[in-house]
Design a protein around this ligand. Structure first.
Ligand SMILES: *Cc1c(COP(=O)(O)O)cnc(C)c1O
Length: 429
């Protein structure tokens, strides 16, 4: 498969280059030249999660990765389930938080780690640099943990990530190093960017990024949309399915839209935003107006210029009406998110996290007669323990997996925020 850039000014790339480079030379996002349809028969008898995902992976990556290797990568990635649970009649939660860091980014990070390893075998050690404000760092660190030939350096702003988030990438050891930067998230990101631009560093080390716009991180997210459909079908609930995705950078919903193009029988989509409502407004006005993000209690969706908008825009041939036919939007304030968590818990006993709450509410408000819907529950509520406890007024149990991180010993290299120190550190590796 060849991959073109959404900006149209970079040469087409093969899968290996798209995965190793991440972003095209013209700063555009890579898109596959073709999207293969799955035959109708596939949707009639779908098999297990891993089998379903292997068939989807074949369609995306089968030309470029030998089948046995690709199937192994998928099976290793999906060592946990993504079950659908009925929250109330007609409304299902697709629970994406049963992986190592209890959020959906585990799927993409685990897949990408293995695909990158496949493309790099027998070569020099590779250094992955990733800046994080919290969640991405934990998913990437855990996704790459123990993967031979790859060393991960997670840069995070000192004192600005929650203790639960911090322990998920500072206690791992092995091939994961946490770098505690005396600065902000923006400083961390600037250091990573500067490192990729620095010629001397790039001569000395093989550097790559595990950014969420990487095709190897975003496309595998399609796996669980097919699996959601398979589960609803078993329940006899697969006609007129609506899919609602709490969205920030729009990678997750974009993967669902790719699934749709492959023939996944989903009737329509809802993109649920917090107060960062650039996409919602775009659907209304037809104009895309990015702006700085605002802080909310659903902070993994605090994005003012969603990078995957470029992919959606490209996928729909730059036609806002075509997008409106498939996708509607919603936006919620922190007060609305809080009241949704409280209400849903009181009525149904199902505890939402602040991101899933946006999805649940948009689905509940948007579902029409005769439709069945599912929303992505993108993280476990315990990841946002303080917020959620403040809203429901009772304590939230921490799952064992999360507690295990918190019992580990924090190990981090402290660095100032200037590039010279960061570069010196990298050159000692
Ligand atoms: C990253 C994240 C989102 C947003 O997903 P996008 O792919 O960026 O739209 C939503 N919820 C949680 C918990 C996340 O970590």
């Amino acid at each position: 498969m060849r991959y073109y850039s959404t900006n149209g000014k970079a040469p087409v790339a093969d899968l290996r280059k798209a995965v190793v480079k991440g972003l095209a030379e013209d700063r555009g996002l890579y898109m596959p030249e073709r999207i293969q349809q799955l035959p109708a028969a596939f949707f009639e008898s779908m098999g297990t999660f891993v089998e379903v995902a292997q068939a989807v992976a074949d369609a995306f990556f089968g030309e470029d990765v030998p089948a046995a290797e690709l199937h192994r990568i998928v099976a290793e990635t999906l060592s946990f389930d993504c079950p659908v649970r009925e929250v109330e009649p007609g409304i299902y939660a697709l629970e994406l938080f049963h992986g190592p860091t209890l959020a959906f980014k585990d799927v993409g990070a685990r897949f990408m780690a293995r695909l990158l390893q496949h493309f790099l075998v027998g070569k020099d050690e590779v250094h992955v640099l990733v800046a994080t404000s919290g969640d991405t760092g934990s998913a990437v660190a855990n996704g790459f943990l123990g993967v031979d030939g790859i060393r991960v350096h997670v840069l995070y702003p000192k004192g600005k990530v929650s203790p639960i988030q911090e322990c998920q990438f500072t206690t791992l050891g092995k091939n994961i190093t946490a770098l505690e930067i005396d600065g902000t998230f923006d400083d961390c990101q600037a250091l990573v960017k500067a490192a990729f631009m620095d010629e001397e560093l790039n001569r000395a080390l093989r550097l790559t990024s595990a950014n969420s716009i990487n095709v190897a991180r975003f496309l595998p997210q399609a796996f669980y949309y097919f699996w959601a459909y398979a589960q609803l079908k078993k329940l006899g609930k697969a006609d007129n399915v609506v899919c609602c995705v709490p969205s920030g950078n729009f990678g997750n919903i974009c993967a669902a839209l790719f699934g749709h193009r492959m023939g996944l029988p989903i009737k329509r989509f809802i993109a649920a935003n917090n107060a960062n409502s650039v996409f919602y407004e775009f659907l209304g006005t037809g104009e895309y107006r990015p702006r700085p993000s605002v802080r909310t209690i659903a902070n993994a969706m605090d994005v003012g210029d969603p990078s995957n908008f470029a992919r959606i825009w490209d996928l729909y041939g730059h036609d806002v009406d075509a997008i409106r036919k498939d996708i509607s939007g919603a936006t919620y304030s922190d007060e609305q998110i809080a009241s949704t968590i409280k209400d849903c818990f009181a009525r149904t006993g199902y505890l939402l996290d602040p991101h899933g709450a946006c999805g649940y509410r948009a689905l509940k408000e948007g579902l029409r007669h005769g439709e069945v819907g599912f929303f992505c529950e993108t993280a476990h509520p315990a990841k946002f323990k303080d917020t959620v406890e403040g809203i429901i007024g009772t304590s939230v149990d921490i799952p064992e997996r999360l507690a295990a991180f918190m019992n580990g010993t924090k190990q981090a290299v402290s660095l100032p925020k200037d590039f010279v120190s960061f570069k010196e550190y990298l050159l000692t590796l």
